[in-house]
Write a protein of this length. Structure first.
Ligand SMILES: [Zn+2]
Lengths: 639, 452
């Protein structure tokens, strides 16, 4: 990974973190907050969104762009978990009290100033993910902070309580499909000020906010927390990166974005040095579809045969710009290409900074293109292939992005990708898209209520991590993992039942669960109560620790069986030391030839043989100790 | 001039006055915990006292307790920046002339981001800005007849609308759209159905269940559908609103058989006791029924006289004579009874009913079930009520019966004529036969099976 001098670059990062709350009902209706996974929907409805005339009597630009894409929307729902509210066919019901209280708790944990009277606002959503066309949101706290390990305080700008959007299922035939089960689940959003000045600090801050959320009553499943990062450097632009799914991505994403911004600024300076300005950029493109027949390049000639068009455009003095690497495996050409992809649906572009032979063009053909496009060696030409409507649109997108190169980093929203790079997601929205919700009345946060919640605030999770790691003699990482698995409370219950050996609890909750999950076992079915019974059995030595994994696996396969029933089914009856001694004696007699041959080294194979009989019924350590005793005795006898 | 501290009262009002702060001022304030800046907003009168409401720079609105405020100062004033779009509605001589009569419903509007208020846009230019598709259907002319909430509708307004339609129909307009709030839309449609004789053009009532300031509004689609119906050959008063929760097709309901059946959903309007006249989808009309009035060259007449001294009484267990006595004593001319089942009321009120008919009131029976006919020959209750002079209203919906009674009493005082007119099918309000699917039809399903 590349490292930069972040201070002299003037790196500023901020975070925006969303977390679903674990309430029974949704925020503004009384539907349950249970996602339905891949279950077939009971009904579908079709809707269209139209842009709304704003105060100036004109349409919001971003909304108009979305409308002009001509997308249909299909909402899919279930009769048992969706009501007419989610369909935007009934006004909102009163705000969910449970959600408000959890949100207040979080606001107090980040030391925010609580808003006494909250007003529900509407935030216009353009993509159809909310059937009403707007998300209901209210600001609950301002001016908080979170403290990092170093003592540095990152200011929290605002904290709002809002509705989760619908789940996007697929896009097919110009139709976006959304599932409504997720819509309306209470969501808390925390936005920091851009106080973060180092990628690692950003990761730590995101982690701390996440830990804080997860020490309260929030949904603790994959996808229930989502983070966006915004990044800017001096002379660059504030870029919002959406959909950062893992904390570990954050430093790489930031470093890549820094690199992208630096390189874009370099391009800007290079263009100035070459004395080219945005006015020099031609808007003339050439239709090459008829000009060059029988191309060697297969995909182009096939495309042309099917009626597609091939357009070319030449950019004077741009030699090398399209080929310039901005991030790893990401050139300026990629930047233009991915924007074309998102806005027009075309696969991409071809440019002359690339080796065109890779596209199957012969040298002569490349020269012909240059000739037709009047492209000199100092220029760069670009080709696009597609149906006429899309190619026309693509040319416009390309010209616009090339013109933007003269300004450095164009403002936009980008999407985080798994490899640590980003791609264009959408243009920035212009202007105010937030206005009062005329369907709901103001909500009061009483000071008495706030005092009550203050009295029962959970401790800061990082303090808990420190304390537990010391107390139970384990790495901090383990406790952190427990929190992010949503298992800290379970751990606390289990350690009360079985204080003898915390390591077994850690192993069970962290490693055994991972192993079983990897084997495809649905361990989510194992309840806290099951775990508690399991450790009770362990405590009273009814089972050995070796039996834990097998019992959990069986529970996953037969969820209706109780732990006791499983124990019986697996024939796990603990055995006494006397019985163990008997078994060991029996095995030693049986294997006397091995003992004679290997002497003390027979321990290993003998242990294996014995464990086959007693696994899960008694602690392996006891077996090993007893075996060693008896073997030594036996060896003495033999001598 | 607007109240400078609209909605504020008590201590909060005094506080603002003391600091010389008015609504729409930009203020900076400090509380015990934080600093804030924003625009002072007007407040709903019934909201909590001691708080002031501001719009923050991030556009969120919040309320702050004045007791928390340690410092406050005006630092500016929000400039109103409204602009009405200056577009002109494009004229196309090949397209029919359609007139849109406004009554105060917001078929098209724009948004005030600060207050969330919906500002109706009404001129053809404004409508063209928000629903440009209209220009592909017709040449639109607009007239704001009055501006009221539909719950405040009155017979005078029906009369005014009927006259406006008559003028339009007789002056070359080929269709009329009436923008109307949905609450009483079907009562207006019934009233116009009775008042307009020999109607020669379509009259389409339309509104929206989701206001046009939200992206998901049904307003634009309803308006496009209404314009399509207004340029059709259906010379009747109809209601055209969405026919399913989807933004898909509109249904065309006969003005005397339609009713709002749900407080909030988009497809709230249903034709009762029959299936709708037809549907409109993608600017195409498909008729389900053939027996509708077609456009002709007759002169449209408006018979708008209306007797206002009439009432609806909804029968209930324990209903008492005094209820009816009240109307008799106050000079009422007629009563519509919404009876139970086949058209029954408790024997408790026989005495006052008899008194009413003897004193010259016309009493018309309908059913609370909405669906089905009154059948007052089946049980003795029904026969006795007829003997007391109650007229069975067949399949009339209670509100339609109310409108019809007022209109008939406006036309004549003659007892015999009143009864004849009440029982005459004037505007398609009576069905001759109830088709079996009328009670439970599901248009989506019928369309899917190709049964329409
Ligand atoms: Zn619901």
């Amino acid at each position: 990974m590349e490292h930069f001098d972040y201070e002299s670059l003037g790196l500023k990062c901020g975070l925006e973190i969303h977390q679903q709350l674990d309430t029974e009902k949704k925020l503004f209706c009384r539907c349950p907050t249970v996602l339905q996974g891949t279950r077939e929907p009971d009904f579908t409805i079709k809707r269209y969104m139209r842009p709304v005339l704003g105060e100036m009597g004109t349409f919001d630009k971003a909304m108009l762009t979305e409308y002009e894409k001509g997308m249909n929307i299909v909402y899919e729902g279930y009769n048992d978990v969706i009501c007419t509210y989610e369909l935007d066919d009934t006004p909102p019901f009163s705000c969910n009290e449970e959600a408000r209280k959890i949100a207040l708790q979080i606001a107090l944990l980040v030391n925010a100033n609580i808003i006494e009277e909250m007003h529900v606002c509407r935030k216009n959503y353009l993509d159809g993910s909310v059937p009403s066309g707007f998300q209901r949101t209210m600001i609950l706290g301002t001016d908080g902070y979170i403290t990092l390990e170093s003592g540095k305080k990152i200011r929290i700008d605002i904290l709002s309580l809002e509705e989760e959007a619908a789940r996007r299922i697929k896009t097919e035939n110009k139709t976006n499909y959304f599932r409504l089960d997720r819509l309306g689940i209470p969501l808390i959003e925390v936005t920091t000020k851009p106080d973060i000045s180092h990628p690692d600090e950003c990761k730590e801050c995101a982690e701390r906010i996440g830990l804080l959320f997860w020490s309260t009553k929030v949904k603790k499943v994959l996808g229930s927390i989502r983070q966006d990062v915004n990044v800017s450097i001096k002379s660059g632009t504030r870029i919002e990166i959406k959909g950062v799914q893992k904390l570990s991505w954050i430093p790489l994403l930031i470093n890549n974005e820094i690199s992208r911004q630096i390189k874009l600024i370099e391009i800007k300076n290079e263009l100035a040095k070459r004395k080219i300005s945005s006015d020099n950029i031609t808007e003339d493109f050439t239709d090459l579809s008829e000009t060059i027949k029988n191309l060697k390049s297969n995909f182009i000639s096939q495309g042309l045969k099917s009626g597609k068009k091939l357009y070319g455009i030449n950019f004077k003095g741009f030699k090398g710009v399209f080929g310039k690497e901005l991030m790893k495996n990401y050139r300026f050409g990629t930047e233009v290409s991915s924007k074309v992809k998102i806005l027009t649906g075309l696969k991409g572009i071809i440019h002359s900074d690339e080796d065109l032979e890779n596209y199957g063009f012969s040298k002569e053909e490349t020269e012909k293109f240059s000739k037709f496009l009047k492209s000199n060696p100092n220029d760069c030409f670009v080709l696009v292939l597609g149906i006429e409507k899309n190619v026309n649109k693509a040319i416009k997108v390309i010209i616009k992005r090339v013109k933007n190169a003269f300004e450095g980093v164009p403002p936009e929203t980008r999407k985080a990708l798994e490899d640590g790079t980003t791609e264009f997601l959408r243009e920035l929205h212009g202007g105010a898209r937030l206005y009062p919700d005329t369907d709901s009345k103001a909500i009061i946060n009483k000071s008495s209520e706030i005092e009550e919640i203050k009295n029962i605030l959970p401790r800061y999770p990082w303090e808990v991590i420190k304390e537990y790691s010391k107390k139970y003699n384990t790495e901090e990482r383990m406790i952190k993992e427990l929190i992010f698995d949503g298992n800290l409370a379970l751990f606390e219950k289990l350690i009360k039942i079985y204080p003898e050996n915390p390591t077994i609890i850690f192993t069970t909750l962290l490693e055994t669960t991972t192993a079983l999950r990897r084997d495809g076992k649905d361990i989510a079915i194992i309840s806290d109560q099951d775990y508690m019974e399991l450790f009770q059995e362990l405590k009273y030595k009814n089972i050995g620790k070796e039996a834990i994994e097998e019992i959990m696996a069986t529970k996953a396969d037969f969820p209706d069986l109780s732990i006791k029933q499983i124990k019986e089914k697996l024939d796990i009856e603990s055995i006494s030391t006397e019985e163990l001694e008997k078994i060991i004696r029996k095995i030693l007699e049986k294997n006397i030839h091995i003992i004679k041959e290997r002497e003390i080294r027979a321990l290993g194979p003998l242990m294996g043989e014995i464990m086959k009989e007693v696994r899960g019924k008694i602690d392996g350590a006891i077996v090993s100790k007893e075996l060693k005793n008896q073997l030594e005795k036996k060896l003495k006898e033999l001598k | 001039m607007e109240d400078q501290l609209k909605g504020y009262r008590g201590k909060a009002k005094e506080f603002l006055k003391k600091h010389k702060i008015n609504i729409w001022d930009i203020i900076a304030l400090k509380t015990k915990k934080t600093k804030l800046e924003g625009i002072l907003l007007p407040r709903y009168e019934h909201s909590a006292p001691n708080l002031i409401e501001i719009k923050l720079e991030n556009n969120y609105n919040i309320g702050i307790n004045i007791n928390e405020i340690t410092e406050i100062a005006k630092i500016g004033k929000r400039e109103a920046k409204y602009k009405i779009p200056e577009k002109t509605f494009p004229k196309n001589d090949l397209l029919p002339r359609v007139k849109l009569l406004g009554t105060g419903g917001t078929v098209a509007s724009r948004l005030d981001y600060t207050t969330g208020a919906v500002i109706p846009s009404f001129t053809p230019g404004e409508l063209f800005s928000s629903v440009p598709e209209l220009a592909e259907i017709c040449n639109l002319e607009c007239e704001l007849v009055f501006e009221i909430l539909s719950e405040n509708m009155k017979p005078e307004y029906w009369q005014k609308l009927a006259d406006k339609v008559k003028q339009a129909a007789n002056s070359g307009i080929e269709g009329v759209i009436i923008g109307h709030g949905t609450d009483t839309m079907s009562i207006t449609s019934a009233a116009l159905s009775f008042m307009l004789k020999d109607l020669s053009i379509p009259v389409v009532l339309v509104g929206s269940q989701r206001s046009s300031d939200r992206p998901s509004s049904d307003a634009a689609l309803n308006l496009i559908n209404a314009a399509t119906v207004a340029t059709s050959d259906i010379a009747e008063v109809v209601v055209t609103m969405l026919g399913s929760p989807s933004h898909d097709y509109g249904l065309i309901h006969r003005g005397t058989l339609v009713r709002k059946m749900h407080s909030s959903v988009r497809d709230t309007f249903r034709t009762i006791n029959d299936i709708p006249l037809g549907m409109v989808r993608n600017r195409q009309i498909k008729m389900f029924k053939k027996d509708y009035r077609k456009k002709d060259k007759l002169e449209t007449i408006a018979l708008t006289k209306f007797e206002k001294k009439i009432a609806i009484i909804y029968s209930y267990p324990g209903v008492e004579d005094e209820l009816i006595d009240f109307y008799i004593d106050n000079g009422y001319k007629g009563i519509v009874l919404a009876g139970t089942g086949l058209g029954h009321v408790s024997t408790n009120i026989y005495k006052s009913i008899e008194r009413a008919t003897q004193e010259g009131l016309t009493i018309l029976m309908t059913t609370q079930t909405l669906h089905g006919f009154v059948g007052m020959d089946v049980y003795s209750t029904g026969r006795e009520l007829q003997n007391l002079g109650v007229i069975p209203g067949k399949n009339l919906l209670p509100e339609v019966a109310y409108v019809k009674l007022g209109w008939v009493l406006g036309q004549t005082n003659d007892k015999k004529q009143i009864k004849e007119l009440l029982l005459l099918n004037i505007a398609g309000e009576f069905i001759e036969r109830e088709i079996p699917i009328a009670f439970n039809y599901n248009i989506d399903e019928l369309l899917e099976k190709g049964k329409l």
